[in-house]
Design a binder for this molecule. Structure first.
Ligand code: GLU
Length: 302
């Protein structure tokens, strides 16, 4: 079997936090345990959300926690041409259409909501609007159920047309959507192993639909149980996650390993981050990961 290529793909909307450390660690171990490559991609495609200095901070965080990536860091903000080519292909194939609906007008129409928000009911599919000044959506008409086998969560599927609806590939302000960027980048970077947080399980069905329309390969997927804050909400910059403290790298890495049920020996806490990562890769057991919402991160940190 050829060694996999995995990646860690943070959004630079702030410094890394404990939840992102879990994603970095899981993707790193999964790739390195099979002698694979591990790439870092900065997902700064949504430029208005980017916080100045966050990308550099994320790379410093990764270094302080002992992570070594292969090749150059890729920045989505420099890849608009790749996304345009993919969108052009879908447009020529008749897979997408321009849309004049805003979230507000859809709300006013009382459209139903699904696991990923408003279920777009296809209003503009047949209107033949020009792209300029409009968003571009991928049609999910007749897409049926799209499913995949997740290495932790097992079989997962969504009926895209009825549960998600046509989704945006490029916004009316000319920003390419995460869904298009991630699918194009994973393909062009040769990523065949995606390890990321379970908040993206549903999104994976959208990504597989896009991969199929673009003629791309579908990577192997493993979603990691989410870290929650004290209120049981997914830990994120918006829900009060604190930046990673470099001085606590060993205990935070051990806490991340415990979150993934990897049972590191307590003595490891006195080792360097590099040594802890070596142990993590050698002893990586993805089958031990429990597919459910986690206890609060704080419970794992001594
Ligand atoms: N950029 C996404 C995030 O920071 C991760 C996307 C992915 O791993 O596919 O949540």
């Amino acid at each position: 079997m050829t060694p996999p290529t995995g990646r860690f793909a943070p959004t630079p909307s702030g410094a890394l936090h404990f939840g992102s450390l879990v994603a970095a660690l899981g993707s790193y171990c999964a790739a390195r345990a099979q002698r694979g490559r591990w790439l870092v991609r900065i997902e700064d495609v949504d430029t208005p959300r980017v916080v100045a200095g966050a990308s550099a901070q994320i790379l410093r965080d990764l270094e302080a926690f002992g992570f070594e990536w292969d090749g150059e860091v890729v920045y989505q903000s420099s890849r608009r041409e790749e996304y345009r080519l993919a969108l052009d292909k879908l447009w020529r194939q008749g897979d997408c259409f321009a849309c004049a609906c805003s979230r507000r007008t859809l709300r006013e129409q009382g459209v139903a909501s699904g696991p990923l928000g408003q279920i777009y009911p296809g209003n503009c599919r047949a209107r033949s609007l020009p792209q300029a000044g409009h968003s571009v959506r991928l049609s999910t008409a007749h897409s049926g159920a799209i499913g995949f086998h997740d290495r932790v969560y097992g079989w997962f599927s969504l009926a895209l047309e009825t549960e998600v609806g046509d989704f945006v590939l490029r916004r009316s302000d000319d920003i390419y959507a995460y869904h298009l960027a991630v699918v194009v980048d994973d393909e062009l970077q040769g990523i065949d192993q995606v390890v990321r947080g379970a908040d993206l399980l549903e999104n994976t069905c959208l990504h597989i639909h896009l991969q199929q329309r673009l003629g791309f390969a579908t990577p192997d997927y493993l979603h990691l149980p989410l870290v929650e804050n004290a209120d049981g909400v997914k830990l994120s910059k918006q829900t009060g996650a604190t930046p990673l403290d470099h001085a606590k790298a060993p205990s935070l890495l051990l806490a991340a390993l415990r979150h993934l049920e990897q049972q590191p020996p307590a003595e490891l806490e006195h080792e360097t981050p590099q040594m802890i990562l070596q142990w993590s890769v050698r002893n990586w057991r993805p089958t031990a990961i429990v597919p459910k919402p986690s206890l609060q991160a704080e419970n794992f940190i001594r």
